[in-house]
Ligand binder design. Sequence first.
Ligand code: BGC
Length: 755
Amino acid sequence: MKFFRSLCCSGLPAFVFLISLLAFIGATSSSSAFAQAESQAKWPWMNPSLSADERAAQVVKEMTIEEKISLLHGTGMVGLSPMSPLAVRSNGGAGYVVGVPRLGIPDLNMADSAYGVRASGENGKYATALPSNVGAAASWDVKAAFEYGALIGREIKAQGYNMSIGGGVNLAREPRNGRTFEYMGEDPVLAGTMIAGLIRGVQAQHVMGDIKHYAMNDQESGRNAVNVHIDERSMRESDLLAFEIGVRNGNPSGVMCSYNRVNGDYACENKYLLTDVLKKDWKFKGFVLSDWQGTHSTVKASAAGLDHEEPGEIFYGAALKEAVQSGRVPMAEVDDHVRRIVRSLFANGVIDDPPQKSVVDVMGGFEVSRTIEEHSIVLLKNQAGQLPLDAGRVHSIAVIGPHADVGMISGGGSAQVDPPGGNAIMPPGKGQTIWNTEIWFPTSPLKTVRAKAAGAKVEFNSGADAAAAAALAKASDVAIVYAYQWESEGMDLDSLSLPLHQDELIAAVAAANPHTIVVLETGGPVTMPWAEKVSGILEAWYGGSQGAEAVANVLFGEVNPSGKLPLTFPMSDADLPHREIVKPPDASTTHGEPDDYKKIAAGLPAFQTTYDEGVKVGYKWYDAEKKAVLFPFGYGLSYTSYKYSGLTVTPAAAGAKTQVHFTVTNTGSRAGIETAEVYAALPAAAAEPPKRLVGFSRVGLNPGESKDVTVEVDPVYLSIFNVKQNGWQLLAGEYGFMVGGSSQNLPITQSVRLQ
Ligand code: BGC
């Protein structure tokens, strides 16, 4: 509109302007129609009215073996593989694949993008940081997951990429996993549903999306060597169920197979995972790409179902060509790999609507990031209505905690998004993002609290000296401690305790001031020996570009918290299924030497970890073992209160969805959003843990308002996996349905017979 006004009012008579404009529009649209017709005449697969399968079949038929092979591998990454000279044409992302311009097939430019586009700074670009993925899962809001993915898709595309390689959904079976922040929590139904929403959001922008790391990559320690032992039924009902839901409901273009071995074979050459389960049982139509340096063979991997090697061409370049020519890999197998890639490009509109580099909408990104964070923050404790703070009545506030004056922490590794202006804790101009270094986003808790409580004296103490922090707390009406635990790819946490003596700091502050509120910036659960002593606790996860603003909006009541924990907070490390993470016998085998990648490619000696807790991940473990927890899965408080009533369960005919109806009422005096959670206890013959999440619904309610809710339960969520029949089986018997606001607060129950 601005463009129109400035032209039209620059002295050009309006009618001349209009006629020129119409002529211009006519000319451009007819010339683009002409170009389209010309390209369709030359390349019939450019006709968008054909199906993606048809288009892919046509183009694959035209390709030479060299062109096919070129689509089946990347062009290298320093330190992980030799570099191809063609890599200079890359857009700067983690993966660059040379397309087939002769046939109109574009290069693939892949960017890491777990909570935003990675390494944008390195390429002179900008990206929004969203809240960490586990934080987004805490919203239990599928629409928010879609918006999360849509923002990533838009920014990926604006930067000139056509594939996002985010989409982490490994279950938090081991919450000390250093990538817990990048995943979607401990429950397969919640995690799978949320990741599917995210992938749909990415792909709606006409870029390809991905789900990863398939599968059982539940620890970082020794990830290139570890062999995970787990029984098939447990695996299908836990970690693989999250992927199954993500693949079926999200339709990702890519599935990234993981570094580790599963029951003997590397995940990227594991026929059970890639062919039997993913491609046959789940009917996955996209392509499998290896994690970066996760390919270990040519013939075995290709036969097992690996379609594409990243980042280089150690196994899927000349070696694959030779294997085809010598008859060790059938051409039909290669054609299937290629077809899956080309099909995904067509199916997601990448070819019909290719990326045009453009400016990222910074302010729009802030808005999305802040809103999602506001829905993701979980209020864990609010003694005597300490929160929300009344800005008009608080005269002095102590803001305490490492770097709480300048920023909030973010998750590290290949998920890392660069902060605008550089790392908030570095001197100005020295803000380069460095691998395995804490990166703080310039979203300042101190400034946002000052802005909210304009009339109060708001002072800062870093907490480095606990006594000084306690003295400031003592002299203030309220103390807010921002505590953090950093996580990153490539490492696991030694324990769930807060590092850097922050437990002692919080205890000292709480002893000095009974109005102490703790804001946690963590990637997953932490232990809280001080929980009884403080009056308020908020879990803010890694809050993204606008974390401090979102936290302040919750602290001061502009936003009523509605997040619920996507994973259990146990009492102590000793309550976890495993006392310690099994570490590789020689942790140094793969670090430092320039050609270490050769050792990894050849396969490092395996060491074993056994997931004998099986299906009992997260709350299923604590329930079955009757262990008390600090804060249960699904838990989260609000500034209002809710009541549940009137449960009726209508069993469905075989194969259809069971309907669970109930009413939720807002019994407090503030508007709020409640996530209603539906759990089921299976018949005893199923030999399952006491309950499992089978559905949920977010309900917005004004004070005093009631709403009738229906949750439809997929029969798979009520089934066991029958290994002999290789399928889901709904056992006949009594099912207990339980509904409420957390896995340990389920006030309405009904038992029904199914089948
Ligand atoms: C990570 C992947 C990532 C890839 C490319 C690997 O180290 O495990 O999640 O997509 O690197 O950066």
